[in-house]
Design a protein around this ligand. Sequence first.
Ligand code: ADP
Length: 679
Amino acid sequence: MRSPRWPLWGALLLLVGALLTVLVFLAAEYEVGRDQAALDQDTQAVAGEIRSGLLRNVQTLQSLHAFSPSPRSWDAPAAEVLTQRREIVRLEWRDNNLRLLTHRLSPYTPDVFDMLPRGQALPEVRQACDVARRQSGPAYSSSYFWPMRDGRGMEVMELCLPVTETGKPRGYLIATYSLQGMLSELTDMPAQRGRGLSFIEVDGTRLAVHSMLNDPRRTLRSQALLDLPGHTLLLQIESPRRAMGLFPNVLTAVVGALSLALLVVLYLLARDTRRRQRAEQRAAEALAFRKAMEDSLVTGLRARDMTGRITYVNPAFCQMVGLSTEQLVGTGLPAPWWPPELVDEYQQRQAVRLAGQTLPREGYESVFQRSDGTRFPVLIIEAPLIDAQGVQTGYMSAIIDLTEQRRVEDLNRASQDKLQATARLATVGEMATLISHELNQPLAAIASYASGTLNLLQHDAAVPSSDIEGAIRRIAEQADRAGRVIRSVADFVRRRDQVRESVAPSQLIDGIATLLSLQAKKQGIRLVLDVAAGTPHVHCDRTMVEQVLLNLARNGMQAMPLGDPPTASGLRTLRVAVAPAPGPQAAAAGWVRFDVIDHGQGLPPEVAERMFTPFFTTKADGMGLGLSLCRTVVEQHGGALSYEPEPPRGTRFSFTLPAVDAQAPVTSAQEAGAAAAAA
Ligand code: ADP
């Protein structure tokens, strides 16, 4: 069964994807948070720098009044301070009522107060000095925008520092700070390169900008309060966000790589499992196929180990011997199917086999006993059982039950015999007509000799005894002739047991000569019987071979009805010839060849094709068994039956029989036909 795996894989991929995304997001957030914290720290540090810069400035400014200067002598050191402190755009010394005693402008921005009179800034100055007086220390005004020429302007802030001389107030020192100057002069500029540095209002409006970043979206922002006496400024530092890679840090990259590796491993595992499953399925199928095959076999299969113990049997074998698999597997020798009286013989056979002798490939026949005690013949084909390492672990045997085969063989043999007997009777029936015709002659002769002799004896008392003797000898001769005819038929009809014996070919010819000559004479055919000198005896069933010769000769004569071929042609001859021949097999003893040659109408192809088929005949009174029987008989003897056209017309039927080793005494060629030749 196949479960749908793709949804699971999809879910897994989705989960790993989500995990990676969250991981990357969290890592990015972490990085941003860390950058933000670092920036916050920097901002605090920058605010601290500015604060300490301002404090230093206060000390420097206080030192201007350390030696009780006059407004005139104050000027030079004030100019000096302004040169060194670019963030201060103007220094003023005012009396206790904030009236201006003297002032000095920064050399760097001399035109600050060109457009508007300084008086406009007095409210801020006053505000700062009020605080300063109250706190008896430096105080700052709130920042304000001071416009300049050409549309310029700057954000400035006043510092008011009360001045005392020997404990008495001597007015105020007012320093006007440029906020932008404070940013550029009081901070460590190289450290802030690439950052946006500005003072802002609470609502985010920039008061003074030292530097700015272009893309406000990709910017980290940090603010710090710069708490000064009298006023508080808000410092802002902007820093560009670092561009993040897909995997912002090593940890994410490692986790990402591990997740991917996990996915790959999972995939490989799944593939391996799938392959394994497929292999298992294939193995299971192969096993099922093998089992089905073994179960459906009618051949019994049996495996034994090297000691003869049964390790496997198939159902066919169990059925054969009538025992179950459980009863068989594990049993040793003697085997439960051995007939008790044959146990000794089988033990010996087993011992020979276990001794490692080669097993016959064609197998050997044996007899087994079923569980009910009945015996049955089997054919055992055994082969060594070799395992995967090439070591022999036992024997595998295929056992074929021969019971049915034997039954069919017996049946065949019986029906063959019956068939032959039937054919024989048919032949005999036909012969009977001929014989009765033939017997008429001697019987008529006997009758006429007998009545002639009687007449002589009755009417002529002085009959010479030589006449009577002659007549009686004729009668005896004719009676003998009639007896021979009848004997030949009796000999032929008598069914003898099928025994093969050594027979001289001339004997075979003699056996049928009388019967053949009868028919030949009737049809006006010259019968030539020819046994070549030196032809050996043949090993055969005499009756059967005579039957074959008779059948072939009869067929030959039937192929030559009266008038075809005409007597004048000289072709009305049937020749039966026997001679030594090279046989179908190269046997030491050689072969004897029998030829039956007629000059009849020959064999049309459609007849030749079917004439060996039982019951095929072209004759009105034919049985159609002759040729098929002939062939069976010849083949049973190991020979072969063939035919070929015989020029100028007719057919030659030939068959071979095995010769007997011992040469038969030479029989001269005989022309038995001389007697039967048409007069
Ligand atoms: P049957 O003689 O009873 O017909 P056979 O099996 O002996 O049966 O012969 C089968 C047929 O073969 C015959 O009917 C005949 O047509 C043909 N045949 C056999 N021998 C010859 C022969 N010598 N010449 C011509 N035809 C033959």
